[in-house]
Ligand binder design. Structure first.
Ligand SMILES: C[S@@+](CC[C@H](N)C(=O)[O-])C[C@H]1O[C@@H](n2cnc3c(N)ncnc32)[C@H](O)[C@@H]1O
Length: 228
């Protein structure tokens, strides 16, 4: 199948799932009970060390921008929160490279790292990082019902996300993803809300693309208190 480029008109998310996944609660609870034992990839360990070294001499008000893509949102967050240290994480070198070529600037309070959140979040949780805010803007939806395990809340790394704490903002153009993520947070005892999100200013490439195409956007907000 021909690969769609980032410039192609965005498709609405279609799914064979029409309600919150029936296995959500079992899956979330299973992951809370069992330690995620996947070995760390060395490049993620190195990326975490780079982030830790960068943070060492900076504000410990930490904002993670996970799945940052080309890092546009990380830069915007750095502008909005000049006293915080913003770390944008994405596993795609190609996406991050676009930031370097198109958006160089003078803001010093953000860093982009190439890493998989499966490792980075666990390393940060083990190092007792406590976040001020955590943005997850348009994570891949994994819309097929059998793909629950690939969604943030259905994955074995969800407990590490909870441990990191902070004010969570997750956005998607798939309403059910946001509702399901919100439900997962409620299952573990957090108070979370989902609502429609209408941007006055778009801060990511995907947000802009969906918004300009007239797609509705959705957001979950939750302040995580350390619970596990
Ligand atoms: C739909 S794009 C959204 C990018 C950006 N937030 C935006 O809105 O333009 C999803 C991004 O998540 C990244 N990604 C997917 N799985 C990841 C993982 N496990 N760790 C880090 N990044 C991941 C992809 O490389 C991709 O850039």
């Amino acid at each position: 199948m021909k690969k769609r480029s980032d410039n192609a008109p965005p498709r609405e998310v279609t799914s064979n799932q029409s309600a919150i996944h029936p296995n959500l609660e079992t899956t979330v609870n299973k992951h809370l009970r069992h330690h995620f034992q996947k070995p760390y990839a060395q490049h993620n360990v190195n990326a975490f060390k780079t982030a830790g070294d960068w943070l060492a001499s900076r504000s410990q008000t930490i904002i993670l921008d996970s799945f940052c893509g080309n890092g546009e949102s990380s830069r915007e967050l750095a502008r909005q929160f000049p006293k915080a240290s913003i770390i944008g994480i994405d596993k795609s070198a190609a996406r991050l490279q676009r930031h370097q070529s198109a958006q160089q600037g003078t803001l010093a309070n953000y860093l982009l790292v190439r890493a998989d959140v499966d490792d980075f979040w666990r390393l940060a949780a083990d190092a007792n990082w406590q976040l001020d805010k955590h943005f997850m803007l348009y994570p891949n939806p994994w819309p097929k019902s059998v793909q629950l395990q690939y969604r943030v809340h259905g994955s074995a790394v969800f407990p590490a996300l909870l441990q990191l704490g902070g004010q969570i903002t997750l956005r998607s153009n798939w309403k059910l993803y946001v509702e399901e993520f919100t439900a997962a947070l409620k299952i573990v005892g957090h108070s979370a809300d989902s609502s429609a999100y209408l941007p006055t200013e778009t801060i990511t490439a995907f947000e802009r693309k969906y918004h300009l195409a007239g797609q509705a956007l959705w957001e979950c907000n939750c302040t995580l208190k350390r619970s596990i």
